[in-house]
Design a protein around this ligand. Sequence first.
Ligand code: EPZ
Length: 416
Amino acid sequence: MAKYVIKKSLPLEGRVRISGAKNSVLPIIAASLLTDDVCVIDGVPSLEDVNIICRLLEFLGSKIDVHGDCLRIDNGNIKNTVAPYELVRKMRASFLAVGPLLAKSGEVKISMPGGCAIGTRPINLHLKGLAAMGAEISLGHGFIHAKASKLTGSTIYLDFPSVGATENIMMAGTLAEGQTVIENAAEEPEIVDLANFLNAMGANVKGAGTDTIKIDGVNFLKGANHSIIPDRIEAGTFMAAAAITGGDIFLENVLIDHLKPVEAKLKEAGMLVEEIGDGVRVKCVKPLQAVDIKTLPYPGFPTDMQAQMMALMCTISGSSIITETVFENRFMHVSELKRLGANIKIEGRSAIIEGVEKLTGTQVKATDLRAGAALVLAGLCAEGTTEVVDIYHIDRGYENFADKLRQLGALIYRED
Ligand code: EPZ
């Protein structure tokens, strides 16, 4: 099993380029199922999750050519609408194929996506929306079977602004009869990126990025070219790496507007965050202060940055409270951080962190993608050597993570 071996590092310095957004490219690859024409997507990060969704599409009949960070997807010959367990269980985001397949082919059979370390990850809101649009949905033997000769537009209120449910319903609505309105929709930048791709295909999506999205169905969608937005969570992770090592780095390819809550919290802690051209400079200019964080749906503080900020707070004197409101079990990194000597107490949905003088390296394990990244950050400032195992979690969402950190002077090596 591969692991990262990390030694206490000097303050990170230098430049690194942020890759395309994982949480944007996954729904956009799924959305390409809505047309028989060729779609060309560039700025695609080289990630395990991208490999998995491409394997799923190829299983369905897609022809996908990879040229560097560019995917050429030809869905002119989709002959199967059954998504198998062994692919879906590897990545929940496979469920994003449901909306497009239902809208385009009128039927889809997909294995129930499993839960994961951070929560049960239900799909009730996805199904509520598709049923409201006329889909007949049956569950059995661990599969979901949805059928609809023609979806009809409907107004759907999301009890929670679910990113995936918003994306599935938005994609389904593009080929439905009439207008679909999603109320209390997710507002993440990745929703906007998906809407832009759909509209480039000839869809009629309005309001993406607000809590109300209106989709007027059309008869068919054509192929489109699209460049993926930068990954705001990868950028936030490197900003936290600069903070935890007291460094001074420049991140290329960052849309700082997508990182307002992270920028605000790092500035509150004492970091300099400065937008320069198409990137951002992040510099530790004074001893950092502990700050409190509460995760919320966008534009609130992103849950995908919670673990990384907790690692930072463990090393800053003073106490901070981090409250996780989006997922019910996203504190799996707490026990691993405590193995490094962190002082953290969990009370309900909050973690109270007392900063410690120093962390000391030992062996820890990644329990999910962002928890793994948080442990790497902690390892950069822990005394001695830290080994992070189960790093396949990290490979899912960070392109060349160790190489990029080494580019900034980090002492981190991958041992397969
Ligand atoms: C997306 O997951 C992201 N993944 C997650 O990123 C991210 O943490 C999450 O949005 C929240 O921002 C991708 O985009 C591929 P949700 P998603 O539906 O769509 C509840 C990462 O690290 N819910 O917004 O699955 C759910 O239980 C990953 O990159 C329902 O109750 O998230 C959770 O508590 C992790 N019923 C909350 O909503 C539903 O039908 C947010 O889930 C759907 C969701």
